[in-house]
Design a protein around this ligand. Structure first.
Ligand SMILES: CC(C)=CCC/C(C)=C/CC/C(C)=C/COP(=O)(O)O
Length: 286
């Protein structure tokens, strides 16, 4: 299996701003704005990418308005205060583009286990083990098993709420993925097991949301011993790191995933199904 570099000659070495020449994100110079001489396929791909589409939508109104005239800051003839007004949206746009470019660059640098012949390819099996440890199926199956085996009302209550939380996580992540539709990194090999169709998208990382939510859940309800609490935190961090190292995600997918999973736990607490609530629900349906 050729390395990502070998597969995509000429891809590295660029700096900031997005574009694509083969259906994937590429790096291009920030200092060279896209012009009309860009190849049509490049312009088309940019238009289909939600992030760049949003960036284009937030483009300075003046730039859009002034496309047919030579006045304004672009030509350096506009009054200074007008220049100030025009500068801000462009600055935001450049800042966002730069952040995104840093994200893509960093993610590519960290994607050292993306395939067997990557620089850290030998660690890939370990990363895949971490992937399985944060997958939805073992978590759902394990929780359902514990729920079935639990002989105390308190244990059943905790397991039932964890199960509901896991389902909620799948639904919310699926919705965000379907709305944002960010492609997985170019260097990712799509060899994950048991995925939904939305899992071809990378934002946010479902493993990161699950790890953060389950991590908080375990710390709050199940794991009390200090060494085990440290292990839980370590596991959460490693699951997130492994997503980037495997090339499955960009760094921002995982960061947002952690934040989303953290918030999802708050939602689980808010919607907590107590035995009384359950009895009420069952009583109503009976
Ligand atoms: C019972 C049931 C509906 C199980 C579905 C479990 C399932 C297939 C979860 C998907 C887990 C997955 C591959 C998420 C993708 O994670 P990323 O970190 O790559 O976003």
């Amino acid at each position: 299996m050729p390395s990502p570099k070998a597969k995509n000659p000429g891809r590295s070495g660029g700096s900031p701003v997005l574009g694509s020449s083969n259906g994937r994100y590429e790096f291009m110079s920030l200092t060279k704005p896209l012009n009309r001489s860009s190849p049509p396929h490049l312009l088309q791909r940019q238009g289909s990418d939600p992030t760049t589409a949003r960036l284009r939508a937030s483009e300075s109104p003046t730039r859009r308005r002034g496309s047919g005239s030579s006045t304004g800051s672009a030509s350096g003839q506009g009054p200074p205060e007008e220049d100030g007004i025009r500068l801000n949206p462009s600055l935001i746009r450049v800042a966002l583009s730069s952040l995104l470019a840093i994200d893509l660059w960093l993610s590519k640098q960290l994607g050292v286990c993306a395939c067997e012949d990557s620089s850290w390819g030998s660690v890939r099996p370990l990363m895949k083990l971490l992937e399985i440890s944060g997958h939805g199926i073992p978590w759902l199956a394990g929780t359902a098993y514990c729920l079935y085996k639990s002989d105390s009302a308190a244990g059943q209550e905790v397991m039932l709420n964890l199960f509901m939380g896991l389902l909620l996580d799948l639904i919310l992540v699926g919705i965000v993925k379907a709305v944002v539709r960010r492609r997985r990194p170019a260097h990712n090999r799509m060899d994950m097991f048991a995925t939904f169709s939305v899992d071809r998208y990378s934002f946010p990382s479902g493993h990161a949301t699950r790890a953060a939510m389950c991590g908080r859940f375990l710390l709050a309800h199940l794991v009390l011993a200090a060494p085990l609490r440290v292990l839980v935190l370590l596991w959460v961090g490693l699951v997130g790191l492994s997503r980037v190292m495997l090339g499955r995600h960009n760094v921002t997918d995982v960061m947002f995933g952690f934040w989303m999973g953290y918030c999802q736990y708050n939602l689980v607490e808010m919607l907590w199904l107590s035995p009384q609530t359950l009895q009420g629900l069952l009583g109503q349906s009976a």
